[in-house]
Design a protein around this ligand. Structure first.
Ligand code: NCD
Length: 298
């Protein structure tokens, strides 16, 4: 099995991952290495920059008793000599039991999955999808709010180019939630995604944070803009003044990295949970790796 998009995930799969992640939380927190994937190797192929996603997949593999090979700078690989993705995948197939891949080209991980029988996990493809992030975001809601059903979840920022929110829309649509969208007119959530989910879940555009139980801020994706001025115009900041307009029991999330979207002073507020959220990447990715790679035979 591959993990390429949340669009086609079943609720049963999502719930299974959340339950397994819960089971792994303690080991992840204690940085204790288990033996579930002993003898297994993960390939982490990062053709685009990454800190959290790459390192938390690697940490998750180590926590499960496995190991990893990979690269984080395609300039240091034969891709820079002109090697095709197909050849890279064929080669990596001989070195690993599963592949985690991030690529600037939308659909590249899906293409890789067609080329190999190994499980392929999409760790972000252009502006398209980032499914493991959406699963860890749901796990964060479960841990920090105690539930997912009944929540009003506000997605703020770059809803056009942000792949994390695209994946999160589909993942949330399995639950009884109200989704609120807050963005500049030029960075709205693609209509195709809203249309896909709106039969299952309520989606509306809002102009303030007042009703939200969860404020999910995103980075304006500078690398996807052709026009530098449009980028500058799209920037926004959640600062101390804005905090007073957010519910006292709400949580503030961000997939990180943040640039200007959340002022550093917000970190001191008890509602700020984005660093917790990045930690939850480890148990969630342990659950994903265990599910896709399976238990070791030896
Ligand atoms: C995100 C990404 O790469 O899409 N980062 C992450 O994986 N946590 C968000 C971003 O880059 O803005």
């Amino acid at each position: 099995m591959d993990l390429i998009t949340t669009r086609t995930l079943s609720k049963a799969f999502i719930e299974d991952i959340l339950q397994k992640a819960q089971g792994y939380e303690k080991a992840a927190r204690a940085k204790k290495n288990l033996t579930v994937l002993k003898g297994k190797t993960l390939a982490t192929l990062f053709f685009e920059p990454s800190t959290r996603t790459q390192m938390s997949f690697q940490a998750a593999m180590l926590r499960l008793g496995g190991n990893f090979v990979g690269f984080s700078d395609p300039k240091s690989t034969s891709a820079s000599k002109g090697e095709t993705l197909a050849d890279t995948i064929r080669v990596v197939e001989g070195y690993a039991h599963a592949i985690v891949m991030r690529h600037a080209v939308e659909g590249a991980p899906a293409r890789a999955a067609e080329l190999t029988d190994l499980p392929v996990i999409n760790a972000g493809d252009g502006s398209n999808q980032h499914p493991s992030q959406a699963l860890l975001d749901l796990f964060t809601l479960q841990q920090e709010k105690g539930k997912i059903d009944g929540l009003t979840v506000l997605l703020a920022g770059d809803l056009k180019y942000g792949r994390t929110v695209h994946s999160l829309m589909y993942a949330l649509s399995h639950y009884d939630v109200d989704i609120q969208l807050f963005s500049p007119p030029s960075l709205k959530m693609p209509e195709s995604i809203v249309n896909d989910v709106k039969e299952r879940v309520s989606v509306k555009e809002v102009t303030d944070f007042g009703d939200a139980d969860v404020v999910y801020a995103t980075r304006v994706q500078r690398e996807r803009f052709a026009d530098a001025e449009e980028y500058q115009r799209s920037l926004y900041t959640i600062d101390e003044a804005m905090l007073s307009k957010i519910k006292s029991d709400a949580i503030i999330l961000h997939p990180l990295p943040r640039v200007k979207e959340i002022a550093p002073e917000v970190d001191l507020d008890s509602r700020a949970k984005y660093f917790q959220q990045s930690f939850y990447g480890v148990p969630t990715r342990m659950a994903i790796l265990e599910t896709l790679i399976g238990a070791s035979n030896d």
